[in-house]
Design a protein around this ligand. Structure first.
Ligand code: SAM
Length: 536
């Protein structure tokens, strides 16, 4: 279980203090508090469905090895994603009424907690876009210290845009920024390599070894920086230079046939074989990781869950491989549909995921089940009627559909009084997040059921009036069966409710069922592109 909550640090600003000074003061107080706090292991394999600031503040200090965060981006665009029907709009809450300073302040609180929970060997990867990356960088410099900035990674997330036709007076905006900071010197950093491009291999490894046919190049072995860098100075094969290797090592390499002098008097060089090359050291511009909605859709189809801001697993694989090792603890406090936790599970890292959205958490549970993660704990999902009443409309609708293992309606049928479809029989379902559903709703739904050529359907609501039950009896006489299911039924009598929906054995095995509400096919490509939160 998480450790007890961290006391709130309140450092009052005096009128002459800058933000930077204030934050330094906060850091000093926080570090002192951390010294007093017992360091303990943090629970892993857990998804928390709540505001990450609250959850982060309850985590023990220095308990996590790597944090990747992909928060809602700051942008003036209306970043809304339509899930079900047009009334249910999923807002990522990234319209910050107070402007960029409000956004940066919101992020600062979270980054301070992340700094606290990171181990001294830990790192953070903050995924953002060029609208805010420069503001966020200044803020993280303050929280982590400028000396701990490691890289600004540019990820080409999109194919080329041609917006000139629409009058754009700017270049295609096709990259995201990932800011990498370490907690301190000595942070875990694993060297990664990308495959050598064919052209480089041909041009660079242009010699072919007689007898073996192995391709090799001749690498410079003189000591860069000369004496100043401590390189040894001696004569070898008649050439006197500062060398990269000691005399003994040079001799060993020569005896092994790895030092070559192409002509007497020429500077000797070292044979480096193509088949032993590790590739090209990874740089800070990543153009080789396909976005999930790229041209090469067949490659990414398997992975796409329809979650609008889903990141490719390859991106997270690279990040986790760079900054962590097997057994390490990886935290994603904005984990969406669970790319980080899923990759962490597959790379044998331990993980913790946090997301405020029950829809996201439910999806993550399924995603993890599909890759065989066992004993996943989920905290904070709504479990009472009151909590369900409080959900945002689209979250409530997703909860019901998820509960009955159904399928979301397309926007078109959503307009016509059908919010979803049951699993298996594919009967229409209408969902109301209210009480006392009466005769009028039943009448409208009866029309919708008939229009679809169906004879059965279900309405889910908190309660129904007597008039609604009378309507059910009336339409039954016409041969139409409408089930009235209460939210309490779905909470407490799920098996019974599922039988009413024509699924006799209760809820089908999650791992066998499709991922109904995240069927990407129900979005048109234009909807998906319009919901791409990263374009301006
Ligand atoms: C950009 S998406 C992350 C997508 C994720 N990287 C993936 O691959 O699926 C941002 C996520 O942050 C969540 N979120 C927004 N505010 C939050 C908060 N205060 N606490 C926790 N999660 C939050 C949203 O529900 C959303 O799922």
């Amino acid at each position: 279980m998480p450790a007890r909550p961290v006391p709130k640090v309140r450092v009052k600003r005096d009128s002459t203090q800058t933000d930077g000074q204030l934050n330094r003061a906060r850091r000093v107080v926080r570090t002192s508090l951390d010294q007093l706090r017992p360091k303990s292991e943090v629970a892993t394999g857990v998804l928390y469905c709540e505001d990450n600031l609250k959850q982060l503040s309850m985590m023990p200090a220095e308990s996590v090895d790597l944090v990747y965060l992909d928060p809602p981006f700051f942008s003036n665009r209306q970043y809304e994603v339509i899930w079900g029907d047009e009334a249910e709009v999923r807002s990522f809450e990234d319209r910050w009424a107070g402007g960029i300073q409000v956004y940066v302040g919101w992020m600062r609180e979270r980054l301070m907690e992340i700094h606290r929970v990171l181990k001294p060997t830990g790192s953070v990867f903050l995924h953002c876009d060029p609208h805010a990356s420069h503001y966020l960088k200044v803020m993280i410099d303050e929280v982590f210290g400028m000396a701990n900035f490691v890289n600004e990674i540019v990820w080409k997330r999109s194919d080329a845009h041609n917006d000139y036709g629409q009058g754009a007076k700017h270049l295609g905006r096709i990259h995201d920024v990932i800011l990498l900071y370490r907690k301190a010197e000595g942070a875990t950093f694993n060297a990664l390599y990308t495959p050598l491009p064919d052209r480089t291999a041909e041009r660079w490894y242009r010699h072919v070894e007689e007898g073996t046919g192995r391709r090799y190049n001749l690498a410079d072995i003189t000591g860069p920086g000369g004496a100043a860098k401590g390189n040894p100075h001696y004569e070898f094969l008649g050439v006197t230079r500062y060398w990269r290797y000691s005399r003994e090592r040079m001799q060993e390499l020569y005896d092994a046939g790895l030092i070559v002098q192409t002509k007497p008097g020429r500077v000797p060089a070292q044979k480096r074989y193509l088949d032993e090359s590790k590739g090209v050291a990874l740089q800070d511009v990543w153009i080789d990781i396909e976005m999930l909605r790229g041209l090469n859709r067949s490659l990414t189809k398997q992975e796409r869950l329809g979650y609008p801001t889903q990141k490719p697993e390859a991106l997270l694989e690279r990040i986790l491989q760079l900054g962590s090792k097997e057994g390490d603890i990886v935290l994603d406090p904005f984990c969406g549909c669970g790319t980080t936790v899923s990759v962490a599970q597959q790379l044998k890292r331990r993980w913790i995921g946090i997301d405020i959205s029950p829809t996201a958490c439910n999806l993550m549970v399924r995603r993890l089940a599909k890759i065989g993660a066992v004993n996943v704990e989920v905290h904070g999902l709504p479990t009472t009627l009151d909590e369900l009443r409080e959900l945002k409309p689209f979250e409530f609708q997703n909860w019901v559909i998820d509960r009955i293992n159904g399928q979301q309606a397309s926007r078109q049928t959503g307009d016509k009084g059908i919010d979803g479809w049951t699993f298996f029989l594919h009967d229409p379902v209408q969902i109301k997040q209210s009480d006392h559903i009466g005769r009028e709703v039943l009448d409208g739904f009866e029309t919708a059921v008939e229009r679809e050529g169906k004879r059965t359907g279900a309405i889910v609501a908190f309660s129904f009036t007597r008039g609604a039950h009378e309507e059910v009896a009336r339409v039954k006489a016409k041969g139409i069966t409408i089930q009235l299911l209460t939210v309490a039924d779905l909470l407490d009598r799920l098996d019974w409710a599922m039988r009413q929906l024509g699924i006799s054995g209760g809820r089908p095995d999650l791992s066998l069922a499709p991922l109904p509400q995240f069927d990407a096919n129900r979005h048109t490509p234009n909807e998906l592109i319009a919901s791409d939160m990263r374009s301006a």
